[in-house]
Design a protein. Structure first.
Lengths: 275, 386
């Protein structure tokens, strides 16, 4: 009876600690946001939207995010699948290569790229997308790699082949639909990276949204903080939309949910394993 | 190398008929394809997975490849499926070499050991996948897939996704999916090994029943001798990349060609004996030695010289009775239903298993002195084990 009596007590105490930790974490993140909101006031948001360069810089960042995501997925998904199925021995090498962008400073990357980029590309803001593809590579690779590890790709491929499907059909109808969660996770991480990247855009003299915020900061601090908050909410809404789409599909097929936190956890774990 | 000529499968009794006649008719009669493996050789690094394996499978026959892990049975199946390429040898389907034909064009249905249903499709779409590739109209495809699901007893699970199905249900859907394309050959790669005992028993009866009704030529790989013996028309016992013997289950059990087959299939006792001129002296009695009828294999009469040998006897080939001053002591007793298996420790530290009717086993508690004797039938001998 004593043991039985203890169990409900444990059940009650555990959520309390969870709530305390949650509240501390929430306070850590929300108090600065509240402070920022109080500093700017709601009227500043209207001013920001009307400020010159707001719309164009935000739209440029969105376009860069879309192009970067498309190139990243087009490169990383087939490569990772091919390595998984046909060249498992080079998986370690690929993991090591994809870590490079984390250890090589962005400044070095951009200077090197500017040296070798064709003139036509140097004048285009989309040069940034190519740079962002390199930056997103570690996250995209690990998301897709984690997705492939969670599915028995070899057996599914062979089952599809035995039923008469060649490689392109197997990839399109069988493998990719089962990697949708991983692909969406890679998308979420890539989009988040692009919408928040400042250093490369600044060095490349491209006025992306983060660059515009810093530039605007020098003319009006309130407008700058308001635009930062706005960028945060826009990014958050964008990521939530992607997450919800992924989760709906994942629930239907019984696969893992697309979740920023779980993706981060998987990524960290994989990096730890490979090192 | 052992090459047996193909033999048409015979009907077997006692099989559960799970499918309705209409559903079976929907699956179509796909019999009529013969399969021949000719001198298949395949090495992985320095290891020879297949070493000149040859096998003929008659149209409509179910042949099981049985053997321990690493004997090459799965490699042989994968070469037939087109997922592996043989270093040498050929695979003939109805007499035509398909070695250069990719897996997608071989028209073979396969059920895998691991669950292989496409997670993004429900059961109906999984079964209809192969039909869709064959450009069957959507309505007809759905109808046919539903009929096949009905055939494996899963009509009510058509809209469920793989993660909502049990392991046994998933394998039944996989079977329906493989049969949906009316394959020329059905390949089963240990499809029951991940299932629990009860489901395994049900499913193997269902697979056998469907295979017989549809007449699909089937190659079945397993390491479970009970599965192989209960399902197959013929069983090929493999060892180190070669077929030791291909025979009907009863022949394999009662007339093993080699010591390896004798000991791998069923329970076999090894008793020390002395061979001289075709008669072996064992348990103080002279017993004629049986010629397995096949030359060249390890343990057959032709290759065992006179002198000390091991006599191979099944538990039912020995008799045991309570006897003071007998030649052994009961060491264990295992109740198996109608029979009880008595473990006896003979003088010389030889342990043997003897099957007796359970009604006669009551007095044979561990520690009882007993006398073990050999039934007067020809026995198989093998070189003495060190």
């Amino acid at each position: 009876m004593a043991a039985l009596g203890e169990r409900p007590g444990r059940r009650r105490s555990f959520p309390v600690w969870r709530w305390i930790i949650l509240l501390i974490a929430a306070a850590y993140f929300l108090i600065p946001l509240y402070g920022a909101l109080k500093f700017t006031g709601f009227s500043a948001f209207g001013t920001v939207v009307g400020t010159s360069g707001f719309g164009s810089s935000l739209w440029l960042s969105v376009r860069l995010a879309i192009v970067t995501t498309l190139i990243t997925l087009a490169l990383m998904v087939p490569t990772t699948i091919y390595v998984h199925l046909r060249l498992p021995r080079v998986r370690r090498l690929l993991e090591s290569i994809t870590i490079l962008p984390i250890v090589v400073p962005p400044v070095v990357l951009i200077i090197g790229l500017l040296q070798i980029a064709p003139p036509a590309l140097k004048e285009s803001p989309y040069l940034l997308s190519l740079e962002y593809v390199v930056l997103a590579m570690p996250f995209a690779y690990r998301s897709v790699d984690a997705g492939l590890r969670s599915v028995d790709v070899k057996t599914l491929t062979e089952a599809s082949n035995s039923l008469g499907a060649g490689w392109p059909l197997t990839l399109w109808r069988v493998i990719l639909p089962n990697l949708s969660t991983a692909v969406l996770s890679a998308t979420v991480l890539t989009v988040a990276l692009v919408l928040g990247e400042y250093t490369m855009a600044s060095l490349d003299l491209v006025t992306s949204f983060p660059v515009w915020i810093v530039t605007n900061d020098q003319t009006s601090a309130q407008a700058s903080v308001a635009s930062s908050l706005l960028a945060l909410f826009v990014t958050w809404l964008f990521l939530m939309a992607i997450t919800m789409i992924g989760t709906r599909q994942a629930r239907r097929t019984g696969r893992g949910e697309v979740n920023l936190f779980s993706v981060t956890a998987t990524t960290t774990q994989t990096i730890g394993e490979s090192s | 190398m052992t090459t047996n000529s193909a033999r048409t499968g015979t009907a077997r009794a006692g099989v559960v008929a799970a499918a309705s006649p209409a559903a079976v008719a929907a699956a179509g009669d796909t019999g009529g394809t013969s399969v021949s493996l000719r001198d298949l050789t395949r090495a992985f690094g320095g290891t020879r997975a297949l070493d000149g394996m040859s096998l003929d499978i008659a149209p409509g026959e179910l042949v099981a490849l049985l053997g321990p892990s690493g004997c090459g049975k799965t490699t042989a199946l994968r070469i037939v499926a087109g997922f592996e390429t043989a270093d040498a040898g050929e695979v003939l389907i109805d007499g035509r070499d398909v070695s250069g034909v990719p897996a997608a064009r071989r028209d073979m249905g396969m059920v895998f050991q691991s669950y292989s249903l496409f997670p993004n499709m429900n059961a109906l779409d999984n079964v209809g996948f192969g039909l869709r590739l064959r450009k069957m109209a959507a309505a007809r495809r759905r109808q046919r897939a539903a009929e096949l699901l009905d055939m494996v007893g899963l009509a009510g699970q058509a809209r469920q996704y793989p993660h909502q199905l049990s392991g046994g249900q998933q394998q039944r859907v996989a079977l329906a999916r493989a049969l949906a394309i009316e394959p020329r050959v059905l390949l089963l790669d240990e499809p029951l090994s991940a299932l629990d005992a009860k489901v395994r028993l049900q499913l193997r009866e269902q697979i056998r029943s469907l295979q017989q009704r549809l007449g699909t030529t089937t190659l079945f790989v397993t390491h479970d001798q009970e599965e192989a013996l209960s399902m197959a028309d013929r069983v090929g016992v493999m060892r180190a990349g070669r077929l030791e013997q291909v025979a009907a289950p009863d022949e394999l059990y009662s007339r093993p060609a080699t010591a390896f087959v004798a000991e791998f299939v069923g329970t076999m006792n090894r008793l020390p004996g002395d061979l001289a001129g075709g008669t072996v002296t064992v348990l103080s009695a002279g017993v004629p030695v049986r010629d397995s009828g096949q030359a060249g294999g390890e343990g057959v009469l032709a290759s065992v010289p006179d002198g000390p040998v091991d006599v191979l006897v099944r538990p039912e080939g020995l008799t045991v009775e309570v006897a003071e001053g007998g030649n052994g002591i009961v060491s264990a007793r295992t109740f198996l239903g109608a029979i009880t298996r008595i473990g006896v420790l003979l003088s010389g530290d030889t342990e043997v298993a003897v099957d007796v009717p359970s009604t006669a086993a009551a007095a044979m508690v561990p520690g009882t002195a007993v006398r073990v004797a050999l039934a007067a039938v020809p026995v198989l001998v093998a070189p003495r084990k060190g």
